[in-house]
Design a protein around this ligand. Structure first.
Ligand SMILES: [Zn+2]
Length: 254
């Protein structure tokens, strides 16, 4: 029987029948796979910790016709620190949902695996999860082949600021050129930060200053890009993250 052995991160884990769980893994070698973990809800199951969301491990699976079955595994890193802070946890869950919904099943996505693990490593250390989130969103769009075009106006080529971001074309456009109805205003500062994120990724992210306004602008561009390029709407973890961010903002002003 065919087997798959790979490092993987648990993107999602949900109950299945009485004692089982269906686990969505992002594997290093085979992309997104769905694995049946039998008996995991029974007391003393050795698989219980292995199938917790945000667990990085080494997994051995039987490859079935419609899904894989977990045989064994070992934990590399459970990312405990991300579970201990609601804002960081909500951000990590958002990363996982974006990846889960962006990738097809069983198609190699080694670069996305590397990106997601790198994002969780940075998120653990960064006191500004929103900055990590914007950098991750752009990097993921880039990896998936939907990188926003930010080098001047896509129509006339001029470097004009402020400009618009046109979701139909996935590019910036100046105020003089025609643009689609699906466009938003974007500042030169936001474009500059996005270019920095795309060029340097998470490298020295902690010294990259991103104002709340610029963060909001980049968040809108990314949300629109995921919507138009990948059809991602109603991202539940994004809604939850926004509510957590709101509470944190209120708390910080008291
Ligand atoms: Zn133009």
């Amino acid at each position: 029987m065919a087997e798959l052995r790979s490092d993987a991160l648990v993107l999602r884990s949900r109950d299945w029948r009485e004692a089982d769980r269906l686990v969505t893994l992002l594997t290093r070698d085979a992309g997104k796979v769905t694995v049946l973990a039998r008996g995991v809800k029974k007391n003393k199951s050795k698989f219980a910790a292995l199938v917790e969301p945000l667990t990085l491990g080494r997994y051995l699976m039987h490859r079935g016709k419609s899904m894989e079955t977990l045989i064994q595994g070992e934990i590399i890193k459970p990312y405990f620190s991300l579970h201990q802070d609601l804002l960081h946890y909500a951000t990590a869950q958002y990363f996982c949902e974006l990846v889960e919904r962006s990738l097809p099943q069983n198609e190699p996505a080694g670069a996305v695996f590397t990106l997601l693990v790198a994002a969780l490593e940075i998120l653990e250390k960064d006191a500004n999860p929103a900055r990590v989130a914007r950098c991750f969103e752009l990097s993921l769009l880039d990896e998936l082949g939907f990188c926003p075009a930010l080098d001047g106006c896509f129509c006339c080529g001029q470097q004009i600021s402020p400009a618009y971001f046109d979701f139909t074309h996935g590019a910036t456009v100046c105020s003089q050129c025609p643009r689609s109805h699906d466009s938003i205003l974007i500042s030169g500062a936001a474009v500059a930060v996005m270019k920095r994120f795309l060029k340097q990724g998470f490298h020295r992210l902690s010294i990259c200053s991103v104002s709340a306004t610029v963060n909001t602008e980049i968040g809108r561009v990314c949300a629109g890009a995921f919507r138009t390029s990948l059809g991602l709407t109603e991202i539940k973890s994004r809604v939850f993250l926004a509510s957590v961010e709101k509470v944190e903002t209120v708390r910080s002003t008291i």
